[in-house]
Each structure stands twice: as structure tokens, then as C-alpha cells.
Design a protein around this ligand. Structure first.
Ligand SMILES: Cc1cc2nc3c(=O)[nH]c(=O)nc-3n(C[C@H](O)[C@H](O)[C@H](O)COP(=O)(O)OP(=O)(O)OC[C@H]3O[C@@H](n4cnc5c(N)ncnc54)[C@H](O)[C@@H]3O)c2cc1C
Ligand SMILES: *[C@@H]1O[C@H](CO)[C@@H](O)[C@H](O)[C@H]1NC(C)=O
Ligand SMILES: *[C@@H]1O[C@H](CO)[C@@H](O)[C@H](O)[C@H]1NC(C)=O
Ligand SMILES: *[C@@H]1O[C@H](CO)[C@@H](O)[C@H](O)[C@H]1NC(C)=O
Ligand SMILES: *[C@@H]1O[C@H](CO)[C@@H](O)[C@H](O)[C@H]1NC(C)=O
Length: 341
């Protein structure tokens, strides 16, 4: 059987997981990941990597639920194997707390995370400013470890990695049969997608090894996420702000908000500031498209715009991208077959 040459643009969690998913599901593909930035320099490296979904208003809820379920199942399998430490994935339990009763007491993902329940009065005693809370067990992905692990898996299965900025998708015409666009915020320029906008997020990574339980304020602004090596303290959500430099005022506010929830963090040390731009969009763009120019055709699969929740749904969206690639391969086979007749 002939090999289908696939280029995946982007080496964040979306590009790398899509590339690995293709290599696992479609053996007759050769895969090149092409990206201008790699770990540790992507948005995915800044993320806390918690598996807690963020709602995409323009994506149907049943799809978001399916993506989260598929991602959760996949990573739960990895945490249950000897690969867990290399992949940088671990289970973590904690609290999501609210200052007023939220409109939805049971979010759509309540049955997917483990042991979801309402917090009791005794648990809420820790948070006098909050009146309601949920407790559950989920997973956290260490961006650095997970991206390296995905790269390693891709190389093992014969995939290649190239450092390069793609200015125009047509540069890849002739060298590849299918291009997969996982360029995150880069798609604003690359595909001219003006629905895409940055939501700036600043976090602190600190040493506080006694903190084992996550705490997330339901407003999404303040969070404490213990990881394998550091605790991530957040955060900010600044729409249309492209500034990648840490802002000391933001850091002071983050510390004050986190100290209010977990006073022992005043003893944290080795505080490092990190900034990332969430590639946000009203809905994730998961679509196939055949670009045409001067009578040439370039099949493209788009998989970008995961905003504040890319880690939470990445494996589900990779599986759907693979489905679209399979459909394109079938179309390509039929057209080559017809051309030969
Ligand atoms: C502070 C913060 C905390 C977060 N916490 C969480 C969390 O707890 N849980 C969660 O699920 N999500 C979280 N997120 C969101 C998550 O980080 C994103 O959804 C996810 O990283 C998006 O992945 P991506 O691969 O699409 O983008 P990126 O990681 O930005 O990767 C895009 C890739 O495309 C490449 N690229 C772009 N344009 C081009 C081009 N023209 N040519 C070549 N290459 C190109 C880039 O170099 C890069 O490698 C957080 C984000 C931030 C900022
Ligand atoms: C990450 O960025 C730094 C600073 O720009 C650079 O020196 C380093 O080579 C980059 N790493 C990778 C893997 O691209
Ligand atoms: C966890 O691992 C055990 C032993 O390998 C296996 O029997 C079980 O099915 C695994 N569970 C999950 C969820 O992967
Ligand atoms: C992704 O696709 C869009 C258009 O569909 C294009 O403008 C953009 O340049 C593409 N991104 C990359 C990195 O090829
Ligand atoms: C997190 O902790 C590890 C181990 O202590 C350290 O090597 C790494 O640089 C830290 N990461 C950040 C972003 O501070």
C-alpha cells in the first residue's frame, strides 16, 4: 500500500498528540511534525495541565463530553502503567469552591472525573468566604514531561520533527498529501482566522511540597494545582493581551489570592513566573478543508482553538482529527484511482 505523507504543524500538546494518534491509528502514514517552537517554549509548557474542562460555547456539549471522556480514559490508563512518571501524569484530588451557588451544581463532566460529590459543611469550614463546593479526583499532566514523552513516542514509531516556521500552507504542497493544522494561536496569521484571540495567563510555579490537594475558585481566576515537581499558582485571564513578559503586579495579586485560600503557601520558595497565551475561540476548529489554488488541491485538517482547556480534551480531539484524515485518505485514493483510469 502507498504511504500517505502527513505534515502536522505545531508541537504543542495538540500537534504532538495528534501526530502520535495518527501513528497509532493509521500505520500507512509517514508523519512529520513541523513547528517553529518546541517544548519548553510552547503555550502547552506553561499550562497547569489539569484535566478540568472549560466550556466552549460554540461546540455542542455532547462533543465536549465525549472529548473529555476519551482524554480521561486514555490518561487514566497511562497513570495505571509504569509509563506514568515518564509521561508526567498523576492523579490529584481537591476542591472547587464557589462564593455563591453556581447555576449548574453538577457540571457535564461530573460523571467522568472520579468520586464527584458536593463538599460537606466541615470541608467548607476551611473557606469562610465560600458557600458551596465540589470535590473530585482528576489528573494533572506535567506539560514538559508529557510533551517530551509524546515526542519520544512519535520518533519511536518513525515520525520526524522539523524546526521551521510555516508562512503559508502552500509551502508544503507537493511534499505532503495532507496537512494537519495544529498551530494554536499561530492560525490567526497562518489561516487568517480572526475568530481566534489570545487570553493571557500568568502563573507562578513554586516549591511547596506539603501541598497535595488542589483548590480552584469556581470563578476560574484563582487556583492552586500541586504537580509532580512544583505547585502552580494562578492566575489571570486577560483577553486580547499579547504580552508574554511577566507582570510583577499580576504576581503579587496571584500570591495574595492564593494565600487567602491556602495560608501555608506563605512558606513557598523558588517562585518562578510564567506567561502563556491561550489560543481561544468560541469553539474548537476541527474540520477538513480542501484548499485550491491554480488548479492544485491541498487537503487540510484543522485542529486548533482549544483555549483554556487543551489538555482536558486533547486526546478526544486527536481521535476526531484522525477520523477526518481517514476520510481524506479515502477521497485521495478514489481520485488517484480515477486519474489512473
Ligand atoms: C496559564 C495557563 C494555564 C493553563 N492551564 C490549563 C489547564 O490546567 N488545563 C488545560 O486543559 N488547559 C490549560 N491551559 C490551556 C492550554 O495550555 C492550551 O489549551 C493548549 O496548550 C493549546 O495547545 P496547542 O498545541 O493548541 O497550542 P501551543 O502549545 O501554543 O502550540 C502551538 C504550536 O504551533 C506552532 N506554530 C504556530 N504557528 C506556526 C507556524 N506558522 N509555523 C510553524 N509552527 C507554528 C508553535 O510553535 C507551537 O509549537 C492553560 C493555558 C495557560 C496559558
Ligand atoms: C527555547 O527558547 C530558548 C530561548 O529563546 C532557546 O535558546 C532554546 O533553544 C529553545 N528551545 C527549543 C527546544 O527550541
Ligand atoms: C490497571 O492495571 C491493571 C493491571 O495491569 C489492569 O488489570 C486494569 O484493567 C487497569 N485499569 C485501567 C483503568 O487501565
Ligand atoms: C492553518 O490554516 C489556516 C487557514 O485555513 C491558515 O491561514 C494558517 O496559516 C494555517 N496555519 C498553519 C501553521 O499552516
Ligand atoms: C519545577 O521543579 C523542578 C524540580 O524541582 C525544576 O527542575 C523545574 O525547573 C521547576 N519548574 C519551574 C517552571 O519552575
Amino acid at each position: 500500500m502507498e504511504m500517505t505523507r502527513v505534515a502536522v504543524i505545531g508541537a504543542g500538546v495538540i500537534g504532538l498528540s495528534t501526530a502520535v494518534c495518527i501513528s497509532e491509528s493509521i500505520p500507512q502514514c509517514s508523519i512529520d511534525v513541523i513547528s517553529d517552537k518546541f517544548t519548553p517554549n510552547t503555550t502547552s509548557d506553561v499550562a497547569a495541565g489539569m484535566l478540568i474542562p472549560h466550556a466552549y460555547p460554540d461546540t455542542p456539549v455532547y462533543l465536549q463530553k465525549q472529548w473529555f471522556q476519551e482524554t480521561f480514559d486514555r490518561l487514566f490508563g497511562i497513570t495505571n502503567s509504569s509509563e506514568a512518571i515518564d509521561a508526567g501524569i498523576h492523579l490529584v484530588s481537591g476542591w472547587q469552591i464557589y462564593r455563591s451557588i453556581p447555576p449548574q451544581e453538577r457540571p457535564f463532566w461530573a460523571d467522568i472525573v472520579l468520586g464527584f460529590r458536593r463538599m460537606t459543611e466541615s470541608e467548607l469550614k476551611k473557606f469562610p468566604q465560600h458557600v458551596f463546593g465540589q470535590t473530585f479526583t482528576t489528573m494533572k499532566c506535567e506539560g514538559l514531561s508529557y510533551l517530551q514523552w509524546l515526542e519520544k513516542r512519535l520518533r519511536k514509531s518513525g515520525g520526524h520533527i522539523h524546526i521551521r516556521k510555516v508562512e503559508d500552507l502552500w509551502e508544503l504542497y507537493g511534499s505532503y498529501d495532507i496537512v494537519v493544522n495544529c498551530s494554536g494561536l499561530g492560525s490567526r496569521e497562518l489561516v487568517g482566522d480572526l475568530e481566534l484571540f489570545p487570553v493571557r495567563g500568568q502563573v507562578l510555579k513554586v516549591q511547596a511540597p506539603w501541598v497535595k490537594h488542589f483548590i480552584r475558585d469556581g470563578d476560574g481566576l484563582t487556583y492552586i494545582y500541586p504537580g509532580a515537581f512544583n505547585v502552580t499558582l494562578g492566575g489571570t485571564r486577560q483577553k486580547d493581551d499579547w504580552n508574554l513578559s511577566p507582570d510583577p503586579q499580576n504576581s503579587r495579586e496571584i500570591l495574595n489570592r492564593c494565600w487567602a485560600l491556602e495560608p501555608s503557601l506563605q512558606g513557598a520558595w523558588d517562585i518562578k513566573e510564567k506567561v502563556g497565551l491561550r489560543p481561544s475561540r468560541p469553539g474548537v476548529r476541527l474540520q477538513k478543508e480542501i484548499l485550491t489554488q491554480n488548479g492544485h488541491q491541498l487537503p487540510v485538517v484543522h485542529n486548533y482553538g482549544h483555549g483554556a482547556g487543551g489538555f482536558s480534551v486533547h486526546w478526544g480531539t486527536a481521535l476526531q482529527a484522525v477520523q477526518l484524515i481517514k476520510e481524506l485518505i479515502t477521497t485521495l485514493r478514489i481520485s488517484t484511482f480515477k486519474a489512473k483510469l
